[in-house]
Design a protein around this ligand. Structure first.
Ligand code: SF4
Ligand code: FES
Length: 249
């Protein structure tokens, strides 16, 4: 396949960026999108240029690092697919592909396609955990959990923290991410002792980081590579309200 790539280049968050056009050929339809960028970078290095900076780690759809817009869509054209699991067979020979970093004030550009998503880490540090004493794991059967709760906690826990929900949202809201992290613990007995303080602290940190509000566009759910449901946002809103009312008593 022969492709024309329009790639966003930006030295850091303080300077303006611009698109740079590259023509690339010998792209196999079986390559992943990231392998195609590897080929592009080899070509750029051979001609003495600066390779395109982009984030990646697992390349298996697990770590959430491979964040970028492809033709204006977070993680590209396929539903439920991360950039690293997107294959070039999803494009046609001769296509022009536009590649950009996430656009959000809470995700400043580090360089080119790589953005700083440490705002998500700070939200997790604010409450996305359970406090447990160390020691042996207790016997699994001593803590019965209904199949329904186990399944919905597991579905919420599938969030890989990629930030596509923020990138897709016209308000730059992080509520799908935060609600998934709240729900995965709110559904389980282990998450109950800190349930109220968790939701309050995580929402407070989310607001502090500059993310926008949710106005029910649901673009986040459509673009989420793990198909996280916006039902989690409803659960988080209910929990936040009841925790706030409880602390006013
Ligand atoms: S909710 Fe989906 S889009 Fe948002 S961070 Fe988690 S996996 Fe990514
Ligand atoms: S590189 Fe880990 S999810 Fe894509």
């Amino acid at each position: 396949m022969k492709l024309t790539l329009k790639v966003w280049r930006q030295r850091n968050a303080k300077v303006k960026g611009q698109f740079e056009t590259h023509n690339i050929d010998n792209v196999s339809p079986d390559m992943s999108f990231l392998e195609m960028i590897d080929v592009l970078n080899a070509q750029i290095i051979e001609s003495g240029g600066d390779p395109v900076a982009f984030d990646h780690d697992c390349r298996e759809g697990i770590c959430g690092m491979c964040s970028m817009y492809i033709n204006g869509r977070p993680h590209g054209p396929n539903t439920g697919t991360t950039t690293c699991q997107l294959h070039m067979r999803s494009f046609k020979d001769g296509d022009t592909i536009t590649i950009e970093p996430w656009r959000s004030v809470a995700f400043p550009v580090i360089k080119d396609l790589a953005v700083d998503r440490s705002s998500f880490d700070r939200i997790m540090s604010a409450g996305g955990f359970v406090s447990v004493n160390t020691g042996n794991a207790r016997d699994a059967n001593s803590l019965p959990i209904s199949k329904e709760d186990a399944d919905s906690a597991f579905s919420a826990a599938a969030c890989i923290g990629c930030g596509a929900c923020v990138a897709a949202c016209p308000n730059g809201s992080a509520m799908l991410f935060v609600s998934a992290k709240v729900s995965q613990l709110a559904k389980l007995p282990q998450g109950q002792p800190e349930r109220k303080s968790r939701v309050k602290n995580m929402v407070k940190q989310m607001d502090k980081e500059g993310f926008g509000f949710c106005s029910n566009h649901a673009a986040c759910e459509v673009e989420c590579p793990k198909s996280i449901s916006i039902d989690n946002i409803a659960l988080m809103n209910r929990d936040y309200l009841s925790a706030s009312l409880a602390s006013e008593k």
